[in-house]
Design a protein around this ligand. Structure first.
Ligand code: FCB
Length: 484
């Protein structure tokens, strides 16, 4: 397997190399030490929601293996580790009293990271909403945003002396549209108006929470949010297809970038979705609250998408999996887009069925740089799932993953050469883990986890990534098998 792009690109010495995980995907121990139930516990326990009936009950046992996992991180020479905090460990019902044992767990993790010289980059919300808050209405309810701000304040006080970057949300697109429109993620609701209300309340929670963190910790604290911005192309240059792309850009990206960075929802989004909602959930003053200064914008990137106008409108609930670069969904995640069709993209594809197109990442970073020139960027997730096997020599020769990382990291470098201010790159993921609706069936780790014994085995990509961190230079794909 060869790479499509040259090796050897040198990155600046202060470029931050990291890896990322998320609480529900790795921790397990879902009923221990006072943790309350999250929407993902409920969702994954519901038959038919997660492939093979998998749940995060054990996951990769990280809750009891933090020392081992931090040692593995140190073995890579990681500069930073992006992890998320499970809100239901901190406030089991999403509000009120703090569960000290939950705080202690993350406090110990942060100390262990600092001991080996790894910067802790904490995400406050990577999808595991306390179930009690969903029972009160979840993200379509405005109150959830205020509860999030309380929780952000608790975490800032507890860890603020040691955490370098605070990320409020991971991919609010997924929380809103996959959670409340297509229903393929927890809590599994299917209502487009609710999804748009969720979008707004997630934005609002970012602003409220970010403010509390700054008030608690002072102006030097770094605040960020991570978005999965969509790189979508029109199938042809016909006005109808270009219009389809414009609408997807607006409802996928504009609804977040607009309020977060420009202080307004794009007028086009409100017009495009007028048949679904009147946006009366946006109250006076909300946009000022949301539009706090960002120190860094996190960018998650995996693949691109292709759309065209369709004369045969999609029938909601027709069971057709959409090749939309995301999880296949019986209900469309996209409000007011039933006349837009997602087309399959040419390969190669990963085990998720996502196309591999590193150029999309360069394009996205340059577009962001052009639109928001002074805003530092970081790739907070990028990586690939493949059905890895352990070879007779006991190693995992995951050359397709190495090749994917090689080409995407080079694409980041290309964007930097062309002017984008990219400060860091976090590979998704450190470990194989619970891949949401796909359970344990899709492996994204640079470290393999044996799901029977929870044994960790470093894959070739892990040795390759460590070498990249050591030298700051992209190794060849072939080197991966020689290292380690
Ligand atoms: C992203 C999520 C992350 C992981 C990757 C593959 O959407 O943030 O948790 O599932 O996709």
């Amino acid at each position: 397997m060869t790479s499509l792009r040259p090796s050897g690109r040198q990155f600046p010495a202060d470029f931050l190399w990291g890896s990322a995980t998320a609480s529900y995907q790795i921790e397990g121990a879902t009923t221990e030490d006072g943790r309350g139930p999250s929407i993902w516990d409920t969702f994954s326990a519901t038959p038919g929601k997660v492939l093979n009936g998998d749940t995060g009950e054990v996951a990769v046992g990280h809750y009891h293996r933090t020392a081992e996992d931090v040692a593995l991180m140190a073995a890579h020479g990681l500069h930073a580790y992006r992890f998320s905090i499970a809100w239901p460990r901190i406030q089991p019902t999403g509000s009120g009293a703090v569960n000290q044992k939950g705080l202690d767990f993350y406090s110990r993790l942060v100390d262990q990271l600092l001991e080996v010289g790894i910067d802790p980059v904490a995400t406050l919300y990577h999808w595991d909403l306390p179930q009690a808050l969903e029972d009160l209405g979840g993200w379509p309810s405005r109150d959830t945003a205020y509860r999030f701000a309380d929780y952000a304040g608790i975490m800032a006080k507890a860890l603020g002396d040691r955490v370098t970057i605070w990320t409020t949300f991971n991919e609010p697109w997924c929380s809103a549209y996959l959670g409340y429109a297509s229903g393929v993620h927890a809590p599994g609701r299917e209502n487009h108006a609710d999804a748009l209300a969720a979008v707004h309340h997630l934005n609002l929670a970012h602003g409220l929470g970010g403010r509390v963190i700054r008030e608690t910790l002072g102006e030097d604290t770094q605040i960020s949010i991570t978005l999965n911005l969509h790189v979508t192309r029109a199938a042809t240059s016909s006005p109808e297809d270009l219009e389809a792309k414009r609408r997807i850009d607006a409802v996928a990206n504009g609804v977040f970038l607009g309020p977060l960075l420009d202080g307004a929802y794009p007028a086009e989004v409100m017009a495009d979705t007028a048949e679904v909602t009147d946006w009366s959930f946006v109250h006076e003053g909300d946009l000022e609250t949301i539009n706090i200064p960002l120190d860094v914008l996190g960018v998650n990137y995996y693949a691109t998408g292709l759309v065209r106008h369709s004369d045969t409108p999609r029938v909601p609930g027709d069971g057709t999996p959409g090749p939309d670069g995301h999880k296949s969904s019986p209900q469309s995640p996209w409000p007011a887009c039933d006349d837009i069709e997602w087309l399959p993209l040419p390969g190669p594809h990963t085990a998720m069925g996502w196309n591999i197109e590193p150029e999309g990442l360069t394009e996205l970073l340059l577009e962001l740089h052009e639109a928001y020139p002074g805003l530092p960027l970081a790739i907070t997730e990028n990586g690939a799932a493949f059905h890895d096997e352990v070879s007779a020599d006991g190693r995992v020769h995951d050359e397709r993953r190495v090749s994917y990382l090689h080409d995407h990291i080079d694409a980041v470098g290309e964007a930097m050469d062309k002017g984008a201010d990219v400060r860091g790159y976090f590979v998704w993921s450190l470990l194989d883990n619970f891949e949401w609706a796909y359970g344990y069936d899709r492996r994204f780790g640079i470290i393999r986890v044996d799901y029977d014994t929870l044994e960790r085995i470093r894959k070739d990509s892990s040795y390759w990534y460590a070498e990249l961190i050591r030298t700051g230079r992209i190794p060849t794909v072939e080197q991966a098998t020689e290292l380690g």
